[in-house]
Design a protein around this ligand. Structure first.
Ligand code: BG6
Length: 467
C-alpha cells in the first residue's frame, strides 16, 4: 500500500466516528499497513491533535478495537486541523498538510474524504481546489458521500463543481451498497457461472424483483428524510445500482470503466417510467416523528415497475420496492424463470411452480435456487425444494462495506464508485417522478407496505416474492 495521508473533512462527525475511522483502522491493521496511513481530521470544532487522538481512540473502542496497536497508531498517526466554512480557510489546511507530510516523510499521496452535509460539498471542493490541493506530487483523490444532488439539476451542478478542480479519474462517489460483498458477488454470480450467464435473458427469465426493506423508521433523521423521501434516499442510488448490476451486459474487462460503461447503458435503456407504474406509501405514524411536519406527504415507501428497452430484457418486467418500518430488514433480488414450454405433470389445474433464484444480499447473505422435485410419496406429485448457499456457513463474518470501499480508494480502483454520467443518468430516470405531486397510501408499520404495491406485479399476472 502506498504511504498516504487520509484527510477526513468532517472528521468529528458521526460518519467519521462510527464508520470511517473503524473501517480504515480495520483495513490497515488486517493488511499490516498501520504505518502507511496518516490521518488528518478536519472540522469546525476547536481541538488539538491530542483531543482528536482521544476522540479517535474512543471511536475505535466503541467499534471493538482497543489493543496496544490502537494506542500506538493514534499517538503516531492522527492529527487534527480546525477550519472554518469559507474556502479561503483551506489555505491553513494546505499548509498543515505540507507540514504533516514533511514530518511523516509522505510522498504527497492524499485522499480527501468529504464526510460532510451535501450543502457544503461545493465549498469544500472549492476550498481544496483553489488552494492547490487537487493536485500533488503523488496522487490526490476525493471521496464524496451520498446524496450526490437532490435532483438532476443539482447533481449536474455538483458534477461541474467537482470537475472544475478534479479530473474524473480522481473522483470516488460513494454508494455504500457497492461495498457490500454480496452486491459485488452479483457480477461474479452472473459472469463466472456459465449456467446462469446463459439463462440471463428474456428467453429464460419471466420477471425480476428487487426488494430493499427496512424494519426501522426514520430514526431521528426526520429533518433530512422529509426533504428526501424514499425515491431520493434509496431508489435513485441503492436500488438503481442493484438494477444495473443485475441487468448489465458482460463488460469487456473486469475494470472500472468497462463495468461502469455497461451500467450506464442499462440506465439509458430503461423506458420512461409511467406514473401508473409507481406506488408511494407512508407508514402510519410517520408524521408524528420529530422534525416531520404533520401534513407531510413524503413517501416512506416506493414500489415501481420498470421496463428495459433492449435486446436482452425486452418484455421482462423489473419490480422494485423499498420502504421504512416494514415487516423485516431484508435486501433480496428474486429472479423468476419462465415455465417449461410444455407441462407434462398433472392436468392444467395443477400448480406449475417456476424456478426461482433468490439472492439475499442482507441479512443472512446467500442464495436459494428453487426447483421442482418428485415427492417420493406417489400421490404427492411435485414439490418445490431449494438449493441453498449461505456466506456465513462457509466464510464467517463479512467485511464492512466501508472497509472495502476505503481500501479501493487508497488503491485507486474506481470500479465500485459511481461515475459522473452514471449519477446523472440515474437522476434523469426519476426526475419526471420527482416533478409530480405525490399522494402516498398509508400503510401499517410492520407490514410489507401499502396493499396497492401488489397491483404492480398483479397487472402482469405476478406477485411479490414473500421474503
Ligand atoms: C442510506 C439511507 O443510504 O441507506 C438510509 O440514507 C438507509 O435511510 C440506509 O437506512 C440503508 O443502508 P443499509 O446498509 O442498512 O441497508
Amino acid at each position: 500500500m502506498d504511504k498516504h495521508l487520509f484527510v477526513i473533512i468532517g472528521g468529528t462527525g458521526d460518519l467519521a466516528r462510527r464508520k470511517l475511522i473503524p473501517s480504515l483502522y480495520d483495513m490497515l491493521a488486517e493488511g499490516g499497513h498501520l504505518g502507511s496511513c496518516v490521518v488528518l481530521g478536519v472540522g469546525p470544532t476547536e481541538l488539538t491533535d491530542a483531543g482528536y487522538r482521544e476522540m479517535t481512540r474512543e471511536a475505535l473502542s466503541a467499534a471493538g478495537f482497543s489493543d496496544d496497536d490502537v494506542a500506538q497508531w493514534c499517538d503516531d498517526c492522527i492529527h487534527y486541523q480546525q477550519i472554518g466554512r469559507e474556502p479561503a480557510t483551506y489555505a491553513a489546511l494546505a499548509e498543515r498538510i505540507t507540514e504533516i507530510e514533511n514530518e511523516h516523510d509522505l510522498p504527497g499521496n492524499r485522499t480527501f474524504y468529504l464526510a460532510l452535509p451535501p450543502s457544503v460539498f461545493t465549498t469544500a471542493l472549492e476550498g481544496l481546489g483553489s488552494n492547490g490541493l487537487s493536485t500533488s506530487d503523488g496522487w490526490a483523490r476525493v471521496v464524496i458521500e451520498k446524496p450526490f444532488g437532490t435532483d438532476l439539476a443539482s447533481a449536474h451542478e455538483l458534477n461541474e463543481a467537482v470537475h472544475r478542480w478534479f479530473d474524473e479519474s480522481q473522483v470516488y462517489r460513494i454508494d455504500h451498497y457497492l461495498g457490500k460483498q454480496t452486491v459485488q458477488n452479483l457480477l461474479v454470480f452472473r459472469f463466472a457461472n456459465a449456467l446462469f450467464a446463459q439463462a440471463w435473458d428474456r428467453e429464460n427469465i419471466d420477471n425480476v424483483q428487487i426488494t430493499v426493506a427496512e424494519s426501522l423508521g426514520v430514526e431521528g433523521r426526520g429533518g433530512y428524510y422529509d426533504a428526501a423521501g424514499a425515491l431520493r434516499d434509496m431508489v435513485q442510488n441503492h436500488l438503481t445500482q442493484l438494477l444495473t448490476l443485475v441487468a448489465m451486459e458482460p463488460p469487456v474487462a473486469f475494470e472500472a470503466d468497462a463495468i461502469r460503461t455497461e451500467k450506464v447503458k442499462v440506465l439509458k435503456a430503461v423506458k420512461p417510467i409511467d406514473s401508473t407504474d409507481v406506488v408511494y406509501g407512508q407508514y402510519d405514524g410517520y408524521t408524528d416523528e420529530p422534525d416531520v411536519p404533520p401534513t407531510s406527504t413524503t413517501p416512506t415507501s416506493v414500489a415501481l415497475r420498470l421496463s428495459i428497452d433492449n435486446w436482452r430484457w425486452q418484455g421482462v418486467p423489473f419490480y422494485l420496492r423499498t420502504g421504512k418500518s416494514l415487516r423485516a430488514r431484508t435486501t433480496q433480488i428474486v429472479v423468476t424463470f419462465r415455465e417449461p414450454p410444455v407441462w407434462l405433470f398433472g392436468g392444467p389445474e395443477e400448480h406449475i411452480a417456476p424456478n426461482v433464484l433468490v439472492l439475499t444480499l442482507q441479512p443472512d447473505e446467500g442464495f436459494d435456487l428453487h426447483f421442482e422435485v418428485k415427492s417420493p410419496a406417489e400421490d404427492d406429485g411435485l414439490q418445490t425444494q431449494a438449493l441453498r448457499f449461505r456466506y456465513a456457513d462457509e466464510y464467517g463474518d463479512i467485511p464492512m462495506a466501508y472497509e472495502t470501499l476505503i481500501q479501493d480508494v487508497v488503491e485507486g480502483d474506481q470500479t465500485l464508485f459511481v461515475r459522473s454520467d452514471e449519477v446523472e443518468e440515474s437522476w434523469k430516470l426519476y426526475q419526471p417522478l420527482l416533478d409530480k405531486t405525490v399522494e402516498p397510501h398509508l400503510y401499517e408499520p410492520g407490514t410489507w407496505g401499502p396493499d396497492a404495491n401488489d397491483e404492480l406485479p398483479a397487472r402482469d399476472g405476478n406477485h411479490w416474492w414473500a421474503p
